[in-house]
Design a protein around this ligand. Structure first.
Ligand code: FAD
Length: 391
């Protein structure tokens, strides 16, 4: 027998869990459905930490993050647990580097407070760093970490408390849109609802193509390493900031790191971009590269003393990239009751709670109070990238 809901959310990662939470808070009878177990490691949202920051190279993202911070604080309060840990954030590199300049301009334009530090001022404040002469840094105090898996699970738990039905280990095989409703099918069940929110992460491309939206998404399996440190106390949040190096090397593009709260889990270091992409999750090789670990050690030997001792753990995690690295948050062009959030391009986690609110507004009201002009589907249409099969 077909089971009925007001809204179905497809995919229970960072985005879907947040959407279910805001929909349930809006009195919707929600089904949140997930193909794997909750908080699994194969997608994008699992882990101890993700960076949260306002320091963006585009003022629209800065404004959105100004809106996201209070939502995180409200979520913490309702969940009764700390999810955001303030650490401060250090962007460093040569001031001539394009990404460094664009970031500075964007923060100035958005009137975001930060401190500009020369290399010697950085080592006075954070002796763990030894920057080259001529390098500089921008320090922003509100940057920090989000306890990622706990954020996802908090959204899910609170959504359940508001009546959401959560089904995991159930892959949606088919989406059947009707003019005023939508049906989804798993191997054994059929569910129907007035609305559908699709937040399927790296699995979005095939699902969306099946309902006429063909997107040029690529999957980037990034590696992250967790390292023993020489003096663990000096790499904790009160002593060591989140950092982002505006540099490219053998290790990829822009190494970044997040202090450890629990030294037994290690200091997290990864690189923002620069990994080989694949077309679909079935092509992903999750095997970590030993070579990359060695190349990131070379980086840290030069710039962050004592940061990369023995590897405690290392794994791959998936980015879903759009060509311009901006998100996709929009309604289906032909079925306004289908809303999608996809292509978060490796920087979406800090926005998850806000995206949950935005997806809810789009699903229930057809519009949102936030500026999502960068995230529209029509930008692909203009470049003839949307499928001509759109009905
Ligand atoms: C290594 C790494 C580091 C990152 N660091 C940061 C950071 O510091 N700061 C930041 O802001 N962002 C960061 N990001 C990006 C951020 O984590 C992602 O943008 C965000 O988690 C994307 O969430 P999502 O819900 O779209 O995807 P996911 O978490 O992958 O969720 C999608 C879910 O949909 C499910 N699903 C898919 N298809 C189906 C189906 N057919 N039926 C049922 N379920 C289905 C999947 O199983 C999955 O659970 C990082 C990402 C990675 C990989």
């Amino acid at each position: 027998m077909t089971q009925q809901f007001d809204t179905i959310v497809l995919g229970a990662g960072g985005m879907g869990s947040a959407a279910a939470y805001y929909l349930a808070a809006s009195e919707q009878r929600v089904l949140l459905i997930e193909q794997f177990e909750l908080n699994h490691q194969r997608g994008s949202s699992y882990g101890v930490s993700r960076v949260i920051r306002c320091t963006y190279d585009h003022p629209i993202y800065i404004e959105l993050m100004r809106a996201a911070y209070p939502l995180w604080l409200a979520l913490e309060k309702e969940a009764g647990e700390q999810l955001y840990v303030k650490t401060g954030g250090l962007d460093f590199g040569y001031p001539s580097q394009e990404s460094f300049q664009i970031l500075k301009q964007s923060m100035d334009q958005a009137k975001l407070d930060y401190e500009y530090l020369e290399a010697d001022e950085v080592s006075q404040r954070f002796p763990q760093f030894s920057l080259d002469d001529g390098m500089a840094a921008m320090f922003q105090a509100e940057t920090g970490l989000l306890r990622a898996s706990r954020c996802v699970l908090a959204h899910i738990r609170l959504a359940q408390e508001k009546g959401t039905t959560v089904i995991d280990r159930a892959r949606v095989r088919q989406i059947i849109p009707h003019p005023n409703s939508v049906e989804i099918q798993t191997a054994t069940e059929t569910y129907q609802a007035e609305r559908l929110v699709i937040t399927a992460g790296s699995w979005s491309q095939a699902l969306l193509a099946s309902i006429g939206i063909k997107l040029p998404l690529k999957i980037m399996p990034c590696q992250l390493g967790f390292f023993q440190t020489q003096e663990p106390e000096t790499f904790k949040p009160r002593r060591f900031p989140v950092f982002l190096a505006h540099m490219n090397g053998d290790y990829g593009e822009m190494p970044y790191g997040i202090p450890h709260e629990d030294e037994s889990l290690g200091l997290k270091i990864s690189t923002f971009y620069g990994w080989q992409t694949v077309e679909s999750p079935s092509e992903v090789d999750y095997t970590p590269s030993e070579e990359w670990l060695e190349s990131i050690r070379n980086f840290s030997r030069q710039y962050i003393k004592g940061a990369t001792g023995a590897t405690i753990s290392t794994r791959r995690c998936l980015y879903t990239l759009t060509p311009d690295k901006h998100f996709i948050v929009d309604r289906h062009p032909n079925y306004a009751h289908i809303v999608l959030g996809a292509g978060f391009s490796g920087h979406g986690f800090k926005f998850t709670t806000l995206m949950g609110k935005i997806l809810t507004q789009l699903a229930l009201e057809g519009k949102t109070e936030y500026d999502t002009s960068l995230f529209s589907l029509s930008r692909f249409e203009k470049k003839s990238l949307l499928s001509s099969t759109l009905e």
